[in-house]
Unconditional design. Structure first.
Length: 255
Protein backbone atom coordinates (compact mmCIF):
# COMPACT_ATOMS: atom_id res chain seq x y z
CA UNK A 1 0.00 0.00 0.00
CA UNK A 2 1.42 3.32 -1.10
CA UNK A 3 0.11 5.41 1.81
CA UNK A 4 0.46 2.95 4.68
CA UNK A 5 1.31 4.77 7.91
CA UNK A 6 0.28 8.18 6.52
CA UNK A 7 -2.57 10.44 7.59
CA UNK A 8 -4.31 12.67 5.06
CA UNK A 9 -6.57 15.67 5.61
CA UNK A 10 -9.04 16.15 2.76
CA UNK A 11 -11.33 19.18 2.62
CA UNK A 12 -14.52 19.19 0.58
CA UNK A 13 -14.58 15.43 1.09
CA UNK A 14 -18.31 14.68 1.18
CA UNK A 15 -18.90 14.36 -2.56
CA UNK A 16 -17.44 14.34 -6.08
CA UNK A 17 -13.64 14.59 -6.34
CA UNK A 18 -13.01 14.90 -2.61
CA UNK A 19 -15.01 11.77 -1.90
CA UNK A 20 -13.13 9.74 -4.49
CA UNK A 21 -9.77 11.00 -3.23
CA UNK A 22 -10.72 9.80 0.26
CA UNK A 23 -11.71 6.33 -0.98
CA UNK A 24 -8.58 6.06 -3.12
CA UNK A 25 -6.32 7.06 -0.25
CA UNK A 26 -8.12 4.65 2.10
CA UNK A 27 -7.54 1.76 -0.30
CA UNK A 28 -3.84 2.65 -0.18
CA UNK A 29 -3.79 2.53 3.62
CA UNK A 30 -4.01 6.20 4.66
CA UNK A 31 -5.83 7.21 7.81
CA UNK A 32 -8.14 10.12 7.06
CA UNK A 33 -9.33 13.42 8.47
CA UNK A 34 -12.42 14.26 6.41
CA UNK A 35 -13.82 17.78 6.27
CA UNK A 36 -16.88 19.42 4.81
CA UNK A 37 -18.78 22.59 5.63
CA UNK A 38 -22.13 20.84 5.46
CA UNK A 39 -23.49 17.45 4.32
CA UNK A 40 -22.64 15.63 7.56
CA UNK A 41 -24.76 12.65 6.52
CA UNK A 42 -22.77 12.21 3.30
CA UNK A 43 -19.52 12.57 5.19
CA UNK A 44 -20.57 9.93 7.71
CA UNK A 45 -21.48 7.55 4.89
CA UNK A 46 -18.08 8.12 3.31
CA UNK A 47 -16.30 7.58 6.62
CA UNK A 48 -18.10 4.26 7.06
CA UNK A 49 -16.90 3.11 3.64
CA UNK A 50 -13.34 4.15 4.45
CA UNK A 51 -13.41 2.34 7.79
CA UNK A 52 -14.54 -0.81 6.00
CA UNK A 53 -11.27 -0.55 4.08
CA UNK A 54 -9.41 -0.81 7.39
CA UNK A 55 -8.32 2.77 8.05
CA UNK A 56 -8.95 5.17 10.91
CA UNK A 57 -11.22 8.06 10.04
CA UNK A 58 -12.00 11.30 11.86
CA UNK A 59 -14.70 13.79 10.82
CA UNK A 60 -13.96 17.50 11.22
CA UNK A 61 -16.89 19.66 10.21
CA UNK A 62 -16.37 23.34 9.53
CA UNK A 63 -15.98 26.15 7.02
CA UNK A 64 -12.24 26.29 6.28
CA UNK A 65 -12.60 29.69 4.62
CA UNK A 66 -12.53 30.95 8.21
CA UNK A 67 -8.93 30.98 9.51
CA UNK A 68 -9.82 29.89 13.04
CA UNK A 69 -12.01 27.07 11.78
CA UNK A 70 -9.30 25.89 9.38
CA UNK A 71 -6.75 25.80 12.20
CA UNK A 72 -9.28 24.00 14.38
CA UNK A 73 -9.88 21.31 11.74
CA UNK A 74 -6.15 20.61 11.62
CA UNK A 75 -5.90 20.59 15.41
CA UNK A 76 -8.81 18.15 15.66
CA UNK A 77 -7.23 15.85 13.11
CA UNK A 78 -3.89 15.82 14.89
CA UNK A 79 -5.55 15.25 18.27
CA UNK A 80 -7.54 12.31 16.85
CA UNK A 81 -4.97 10.65 14.60
CA UNK A 82 -1.63 12.03 15.75
CA UNK A 83 -0.44 13.91 12.67
CA UNK A 84 -1.20 15.16 9.18
CA UNK A 85 1.23 13.94 6.51
CA UNK A 86 -0.83 14.86 3.45
CA UNK A 87 -3.10 17.84 2.85
CA UNK A 88 -5.57 17.91 -0.03
CA UNK A 89 -7.11 21.38 -0.27
CA UNK A 90 -10.21 20.79 -2.33
CA UNK A 91 -12.73 23.51 -1.40
CA UNK A 92 -13.95 25.67 -4.30
CA UNK A 93 -16.88 27.29 -6.06
CA UNK A 94 -16.77 28.00 -9.78
CA UNK A 95 -19.25 30.68 -10.90
CA UNK A 96 -18.80 31.82 -14.51
CA UNK A 97 -19.88 35.37 -15.17
CA UNK A 98 -18.84 38.31 -17.44
CA UNK A 99 -16.45 40.58 -15.57
CA UNK A 100 -18.76 43.60 -15.76
CA UNK A 101 -21.49 41.61 -14.02
CA UNK A 102 -19.34 40.53 -11.07
CA UNK A 103 -20.22 42.29 -7.84
CA UNK A 104 -17.60 43.21 -5.27
CA UNK A 105 -19.30 40.78 -2.88
CA UNK A 106 -19.02 37.92 -5.38
CA UNK A 107 -15.36 38.73 -5.97
CA UNK A 108 -14.65 38.61 -2.24
CA UNK A 109 -16.61 35.40 -1.79
CA UNK A 110 -14.74 33.48 -4.49
CA UNK A 111 -11.35 34.59 -3.18
CA UNK A 112 -12.33 33.61 0.36
CA UNK A 113 -13.48 30.12 -0.70
CA UNK A 114 -11.12 29.24 -3.56
CA UNK A 115 -7.83 30.76 -2.38
CA UNK A 116 -7.77 31.60 1.32
CA UNK A 117 -8.47 28.11 2.79
CA UNK A 118 -5.31 26.66 1.26
CA UNK A 119 -3.24 29.36 2.96
CA UNK A 120 -4.91 28.82 6.33
CA UNK A 121 -4.61 25.02 6.14
CA UNK A 122 -1.01 25.06 4.92
CA UNK A 123 0.01 27.31 7.81
CA UNK A 124 -1.65 24.91 10.23
CA UNK A 125 -0.11 21.67 8.90
CA UNK A 126 3.41 22.98 8.26
CA UNK A 127 4.79 22.95 11.84
CA UNK A 128 4.21 19.21 12.22
CA UNK A 129 5.50 18.47 8.73
CA UNK A 130 8.60 20.56 9.37
CA UNK A 131 9.25 18.72 12.63
CA UNK A 132 8.98 15.35 10.86
CA UNK A 133 10.79 16.71 7.79
CA UNK A 134 8.20 15.16 5.53
CA UNK A 135 4.90 16.12 3.95
CA UNK A 136 2.88 16.48 0.77
CA UNK A 137 0.54 19.40 0.09
CA UNK A 138 -1.88 19.08 -2.83
CA UNK A 139 -4.09 21.91 -4.04
CA UNK A 140 -6.98 21.37 -6.43
CA UNK A 141 -6.75 23.80 -9.32
CA UNK A 142 -8.38 23.51 -12.71
CA UNK A 143 -8.10 24.72 -16.26
CA UNK A 144 -8.53 28.23 -14.90
CA UNK A 145 -5.14 27.93 -13.20
CA UNK A 146 -3.35 27.81 -16.56
CA UNK A 147 -5.59 29.50 -19.11
CA UNK A 148 -7.67 32.64 -19.40
CA UNK A 149 -11.16 32.25 -20.82
CA UNK A 150 -14.14 34.57 -21.17
CA UNK A 151 -16.45 34.81 -18.16
CA UNK A 152 -13.98 33.20 -15.75
CA UNK A 153 -12.27 36.20 -14.15
CA UNK A 154 -13.40 35.12 -10.69
CA UNK A 155 -12.16 31.55 -10.81
CA UNK A 156 -9.11 32.25 -12.98
CA UNK A 157 -7.81 34.87 -10.57
CA UNK A 158 -8.30 32.67 -7.52
CA UNK A 159 -6.84 29.52 -9.06
CA UNK A 160 -3.87 31.34 -10.58
CA UNK A 161 -3.19 32.79 -7.14
CA UNK A 162 -3.43 29.29 -5.69
CA UNK A 163 -0.80 28.07 -8.12
CA UNK A 164 1.46 30.93 -7.02
CA UNK A 165 0.96 29.98 -3.38
CA UNK A 166 1.84 26.36 -4.10
CA UNK A 167 5.02 27.35 -5.93
CA UNK A 168 6.09 29.67 -3.11
CA UNK A 169 5.42 27.04 -0.45
CA UNK A 170 7.30 24.45 -2.49
CA UNK A 171 10.36 26.70 -2.73
CA UNK A 172 10.34 27.60 0.96
CA UNK A 173 9.64 24.12 2.29
CA UNK A 174 11.85 22.03 -0.01
CA UNK A 175 14.72 21.97 2.54
CA UNK A 176 12.32 20.24 4.94
CA UNK A 177 11.39 17.57 2.38
CA UNK A 178 7.87 19.01 2.22
CA UNK A 179 6.43 19.01 -1.29
CA UNK A 180 3.62 21.19 -2.65
CA UNK A 181 1.92 20.54 -5.97
CA UNK A 182 -1.32 21.21 -7.80
CA UNK A 183 -3.74 18.90 -9.64
CA UNK A 184 -5.68 20.65 -12.40
CA UNK A 185 -8.86 18.79 -13.37
CA UNK A 186 -10.47 19.50 -16.70
CA UNK A 187 -14.14 18.84 -17.41
CA UNK A 188 -15.02 16.05 -14.99
CA UNK A 189 -18.10 13.87 -14.47
CA UNK A 190 -19.07 15.47 -11.18
CA UNK A 191 -22.54 16.38 -9.96
CA UNK A 192 -23.06 20.14 -10.24
CA UNK A 193 -25.07 21.53 -7.34
CA UNK A 194 -25.26 24.94 -9.05
CA UNK A 195 -25.84 24.54 -12.81
CA UNK A 196 -26.49 28.28 -13.03
CA UNK A 197 -22.74 28.80 -12.54
CA UNK A 198 -22.09 27.22 -15.94
CA UNK A 199 -24.06 29.12 -18.58
CA UNK A 200 -21.93 27.54 -21.30
CA UNK A 201 -23.79 24.26 -20.67
CA UNK A 202 -27.28 25.68 -21.04
CA UNK A 203 -27.31 24.89 -24.76
CA UNK A 204 -24.62 22.19 -24.92
CA UNK A 205 -24.94 19.36 -22.42
CA UNK A 206 -21.90 18.39 -20.41
CA UNK A 207 -20.48 15.13 -21.71
CA UNK A 208 -22.34 15.37 -25.02
CA UNK A 209 -20.61 14.76 -28.35
CA UNK A 210 -20.59 18.51 -28.98
CA UNK A 211 -18.93 19.17 -25.65
CA UNK A 212 -16.25 16.47 -25.75
CA UNK A 213 -15.35 17.43 -29.33
CA UNK A 214 -13.25 20.17 -27.73
CA UNK A 215 -11.30 17.59 -25.69
CA UNK A 216 -8.52 15.77 -27.58
CA UNK A 217 -9.26 12.48 -25.79
CA UNK A 218 -12.97 12.86 -26.67
CA UNK A 219 -14.29 12.20 -23.18
CA UNK A 220 -14.74 13.91 -19.86
CA UNK A 221 -12.44 13.10 -17.03
CA UNK A 222 -13.71 10.97 -14.16
CA UNK A 223 -13.32 11.48 -10.44
CA UNK A 224 -11.11 8.38 -10.54
CA UNK A 225 -8.74 10.14 -12.95
CA UNK A 226 -8.40 13.07 -10.57
CA UNK A 227 -8.02 10.91 -7.48
CA UNK A 228 -5.23 8.89 -9.08
CA UNK A 229 -3.35 12.11 -9.82
CA UNK A 230 -3.71 13.13 -6.17
CA UNK A 231 -2.49 9.68 -5.11
CA UNK A 232 0.63 10.16 -7.23
CA UNK A 233 1.47 13.44 -5.52
CA UNK A 234 0.65 12.00 -2.08
CA UNK A 235 2.89 8.96 -2.52
CA UNK A 236 6.65 8.55 -2.55
CA UNK A 237 6.43 7.92 -6.29
CA UNK A 238 6.49 11.71 -6.73
CA UNK A 239 9.17 12.22 -4.10
CA UNK A 240 11.34 14.42 -6.34
CA UNK A 241 8.51 16.60 -7.67
CA UNK A 242 7.54 19.88 -6.03
CA UNK A 243 6.17 23.24 -7.13
CA UNK A 244 4.61 21.55 -10.13
CA UNK A 245 1.18 20.85 -11.58
CA UNK A 246 -0.45 17.86 -13.18
CA UNK A 247 -3.04 18.73 -15.83
CA UNK A 248 -5.68 16.00 -15.86
CA UNK A 249 -7.63 17.40 -18.80
CA UNK A 250 -7.48 14.89 -21.61
CA UNK A 251 -5.18 17.28 -23.46
CA UNK A 252 -7.70 20.11 -23.60
CA UNK A 253 -5.28 22.80 -22.46
CA UNK A 254 -2.99 22.24 -25.48
CA UNK A 255 -5.61 23.57 -27.92
Amino acid sequence: MRLQGKTALITGASRNIGRQVALTFAREGADLVLNTRQSLKELEELAAQCRELGVNTHLAMGDVSDPNTAAGVVEQGIAALGKVDILVSNVAIRPHKPILEISNEEWQQVMEINLFPAFYLIKAVLPGMMERRSGSIIAMGGQSAITGRPDTALVTTAKTGLLGLIRAVAAEMAPYNIRANMVNPGSTDTTRAHPEWYPEFQDVARGSDSHVASIPMRRQGTVHDIAEACLFFASDESGYITGDRLNVMGGRYIF
